[in-house]
Design a protein around this ligand. Structure first.
Ligand code: ZN
Length: 74
């Protein structure tokens, strides 16, 4: 069981970490609403997190309205 990060804009696989780490590092900082929006679970207990890759982060910095066209392919 791992935690997989995907870019919420382009669907790029950013990386994977051990499941335990996400609770300590990430989930402690999220509201319930944010968890529901960002996290998805599969039947094997893997966690999929919508995040943002470096390319899209760079795009957002240059085009602040880009996030209005958010799409995520799962
Ligand atoms: Zn991206």
């Amino acid at each position: 069981m791992n935690t997989h990060y995907y870019c919420r804009h382009c669907g790029n696989h950013i990386g994977s970490i051990e499941r335990e780490e996400i609770y300590n590092v990430v989930l402690g900082h999220l509201t319930e609403q944010e968890k529901q929006d960002m996290l998805h679970y599969d039947e094997n207990g893997n966690i999929y997190v919508k995040a943002i890759c470096e390319d899209c982060q760079h795009t957002l910095e240059n085009h602040p309205h880009y996030h209005e066209y958010e799409s995520f392919i799962q």
